[in-house]
Design a protein around this ligand. Structure first.
Ligand code: GLN
Length: 201
């Protein structure tokens, strides 16, 4: 049986303990990736990339601890596997949670009055604005020098990149916005090609 790494199809995991993982799985599949729901450490083996979806970061934190996922998940990210975190996924990656990205997230940052809203955001490497759906979203309060802010709302960073990690405070998977997932998969494919090339040397 051809393994994903051999066939060249990226194998992408989506953390599926809780929250909105289904829409990410569909979008990644539509873009040509092989997908796997991640619930236990064994599900992380052999992944070429990882998506952390939205949901409730407190519940996700408990689930990660219960399943012993923090260490193997962190090892995968530190090995350089591309990561896309959305909303609660952004929170999970920050300094106060998994500590994998040099950012501090503020939960429910837009306040009670503004639970949910939609807006168009310009991204540096996309021609057309991104239609962004925010649901009780965080923003990035602070970030280190190695973090590039990609988009802001009223001066607050809501999308950022550091190395192979990209985070957005909104839900591209809910508005049919596929370009950020496509960019993520492009990074996954580039990294797969680079590691194939170094193996063949
Ligand atoms: N408010 C949630 C939290 O703090 C995040 C919301 C979302 O992921 N849509 O975890």
């Amino acid at each position: 049986m051809a393994h994903a790494a051999v066939s060249g199809t990226p194998l992408v995991g989506v953390l599926a303990l809780q929250g909105g993982f289904g829409a990410h799985l569909r979008m990644l599949r539509d873009l040509g990736a092989e997908v796997r729901e991640v619930r236990v450490p064994a599900d992380l083996e052999g992944l070429d990339g990882l998506v952390l979806p939205g949901g409730e970061s407190t519940t996700m934190t408990l689930g990660i601890a219960r399943e012993g996922l923090a260490e193997p998940l962190s090892a995968l990210v530190r090995s350089g596997a591309p990561v896309l975190g959305t909303c609660a996924g952004l929170i999970m990656l920050d300094r106060e949670h998994l500590g994998l990205m040099d950012i501090t997230a503020r939960r429910n940052a837009f306040g009670r009055q503004l639970h949910s809203f939609e807006t168009d955001l310009d991204f540096p490497d996309l021609d057309e604005p991104v239609h962004a759906v925010f649901i009780r979203a965080p923003w990035i309060d602070e970030h280190g020098a190695g973090v590039e802010v990609l988009a802001s709302v009223d001066g607050h960073a809501v999308a950022a990149r550091e190395g192979e990690i990209t985070v957005v405070a909104f839900h591209p998977e809910l508005s049919g916005e596929h370009r950020l997932h496509a960019q993520f998969l492009e990074r996954v494919r580039e990294r797969m090609a680079a590691s194939r090339a170094s193996r063949d040397d």
